[in-house]
Design a protein around this ligand. Sequence first.
Ligand code: GLY
Length: 308
Amino acid sequence: MCDSAADTLRALESVGWPVVIKADGLCSGKGVLVTGSRDEAKGFIESAMERCELGAGGKVMLLEEALRGEELSFIVLADGEHFVPLVAARDHKRALDHDEGPNTGGMGAYSTDRIISADLERQIIDTVVRPTFEGLAADGLTYRGFLYFGLMLTREGPKVLEFNCRLGDPETQALVARMDFDLAEALAATTEGTLNRLQLQWRPGASLCVVMVSGGYPGSYEVGKKIEGLVSAATTPNVAVFHAATEYRGGYYYTCSGRVLGVTATGPTLGAARDAAYEAASKIRFDGARYRRDIGLARTAASVVSGH
Ligand code: GLY
């Protein structure tokens, strides 16, 4: 962990490449660079630590080993005594198709029954989730709520990239679409320590969320763009459009930040959910609107990333 640009640049001399440079604070999903380029690393460090372009969250940096594999978002609900896993989901963090471009807060996500096998789920619970709760208990901490395990599925097994004390975004949109239980009841059980009495049921099949962003995101972008086509998109069968950065004025919605809408669909297969989500997204227009075209498609190359 380094708290000056000079220290971070010095530490870069003794790491393996590619390297993960990760801000220690919150940076709206922009605080991680995975790179094999010394010039790019230097530029990122100077912009965050000298020019403060990531805000206060970018003033301290961690350098981490880059892991190779497929990412997985594994989220559990815990009531202080018991934990219940949600179905697995996967997000797409890079800004551009084929996992290119800078990291973002998330450009899309999907969930199916088949993302992980029952064996892998058991392995994740036995080697990551349960030891985490045992560690919390050993430290005298009682954890209630959602705990997000950002994992990399490597050849050596699942490895933790990050923990978040919340659901994921946009994984939540994909998960909510598949919930076949009363979320309020599950949250009440979380506060009462009775999660063990609930069986969380999930709709079979798949869900998929495409995030529509402002042109230029995750760099600079303009806001205040009028959004059209929302009703038509939201009435597409099996689709829900989640608003993330919109504001309602004078009878219209306008963009007000980078990740604007989560266009989410369900279907019997991932392909069907994908088709419905993209059909709905194609009906929505705002100046500069952009979204990835490959959410839910197999990655062409193994990802080399760390959580954000
Ligand atoms: N989608 C990643 C996160 O919510 O942290």
